[in-house]
Design a protein around this ligand. Structure first.
Ligand SMILES: Cc1cc2nc3c(=O)[nH]c(=O)nc-3n(C[C@H](O)[C@H](O)[C@H](O)COP(=O)(O)OP(=O)(O)OC[C@H]3O[C@@H](n4cnc5c(N)ncnc54)[C@H](O)[C@@H]3O)c2cc1C
Length: 365
């Protein structure tokens, strides 16, 4: 059996681990958990109306969103983990009309976008009573993924598959072969797959690689409200940085910040609280009801490349990498994990050029 180590138990690492053929591979997944983006994420799966011009990123995000029905089936994800809740976009009237046209165009190649409708003020408030009456664009295919619940489910499936889950930080060492260093002990593997988010840069440095990755701090607020009917509410992408992501039993997420200066810092700040509630207040029907609910912070570190695009693939035959997922990694991460697993299982070739620039653009000696 081939011995594989996966470094990083976020959305890519755990999805990949679960898609690997357990008759072929003996898999160990190392995860230190600190600063993990997946566990801190807001949960929005709705890439179609992004104005980003990077065609490869859009192809990856579109196919990543298309992949969700298969993911749900393969891992038996219930509504508490993923729900096709629909998405509301709140913008000025003229922008809504432009987005409506864009949505119709994008649907020609992305049926997953679902039904597209311009909502009247009253319809918006009826579908999402958190909001005051405001015109909005509704797309029925948008969804929300609970990152924490997803990882919990995949860890449980991984254990059942015989995958070894090790809660430890590792480093890499190059001697005659590439080795994993755990607690000062070196361990040999046939292949090592690095899915450590922004930590990829530090992991590859001792091997002589320069990696184009920077960490970005993200904070969001998770309110435990007394809204009892929140389970089927749509996600609202507000005009500005704040978005509202309702989950069952009154849990409402408000996020997220994008703090380039924060880099690795994981402390909760009053400034983030202020920024998020200011961003949302003007859209809310009853701001006091939401903001007086008990809340906690979720804080994670996103990985960004210079061109904001993810990368994944073979750095060397025995070393695979995936990182740079930025702020849309819940959408692209599961699909990247699946593609890498398919390659390792022997099912596909490695031409992923439709989805990304060559790996050398991001990692070089
Ligand atoms: C606040 C916030 C909100 C977000 N909202 C959304 C959203 O709404 N929609 C969306 O699509 N995306 C969102 N994202 C982005 C998304 O969460 C990330 O792009 C995605 O989760 C990255 O997944 P990953 O597996 O690459 O990395 P991570 O989830 O960061 O996982 C990497 C793991 O590797 C571990 N690790 C690192 N180094 C080592 C080491 N040396 N040894 C062992 N383990 C190690 C880390 O501790 C971590 O657990 C958000 C991110 C944040 C921070």
């Amino acid at each position: 059996m081939e011995k594989i180590a996966i470094i990083g138990g976020g959305i890519i690492g755990l999805t990949l681990a679960n898609y690997l053929d357990n008759k072929k591979f003996d898999v160990t997944l190392y995860d230190q958990s600190t600063g993990q983006a997946t566990g801190a994420s807001a949960g929005i799966i709705s890439p179609w109306l992004s104005k980003r011009r990077n065609k490869q990123w859009y192809a990856l995000a579109k196919d990543g969103a298309n992949f969700f029905p298969q993911l749900i089936q393969d891992f038996d994800l219930d509504d508490s983990i993923y729900q096709r809740s629909g998405t509301l976009l709140l913008r000025k009237q003229k922008q809504l009309e432009e987005l409506y046209e864009l949505a119709k165009k994008r649907r020609e190649e992305a049926a997953a976008i679902g039904e597209i409708r311009l909502f009247t003020e009253a319809e918006t408030a009826e579908h999402l009573p958190l909001l005051k009456p405001t015109a909005a664009l509704h797309i029925s295919g948008g969804g929300r993924l609970d990152g924490i619940a997803y990882l919990q489910r995949l860890r449980s499936l991984a254990k059942n598959k015989g995958i070894h889950l090790v809660n430890q930080s590792i480093t890499l060492k190059q001697t005659a072969s590439l080795q994993v260093v755990v607690d000062k002990q070196t361990v040999n593997y046939d292949r090592i797959i690095l899915t450590p988010g922004p930590h990829l840069k530090n992991l590859l440095k001792p091997l002589g690689y320069h990696t184009d990755i920077r960490p970005q701090k993200g904070q969001l607020l998770a309110f435990q409200t007394d809204y009892t009917e929140s389970a089927n509410w749509p996600v609202a992408m507000l005009d500005g940085e704040a978005d509202l992501i309702p989950f069952a039993e009154g849990k409402i997420l408000l996020g997220a910040t994008h703090e380039n200066d924060g880099s690795w810092d994981l402390t909760a700040t009053k400034e983030a609280f202020k920024q998020l509630i200011c961003g949302a207040s003007e859209f809310l029907a009853d701001p006091a009801r939401l903001f007086s609910a008990p809340y906690n912070y979720r804080i994670g570190t996103r990985a960004y490349t210079s061109d904001f695009a993810p990368f994944f693939g073979l750095l060397r035959n025995e070393l695979l990498v995936a990182s740079g997922l930025g702020s849309s990694g819940l959408t692209t991460g599961p699909y990247i994990g699946y593609l890498l697993a398919n390659y390792l299982n022997g099912k596909t070739i490695t031409d992923w050029s439709a989805y990304q620039k060559p790996l050398e653009n991001y990692i070089h000696r």
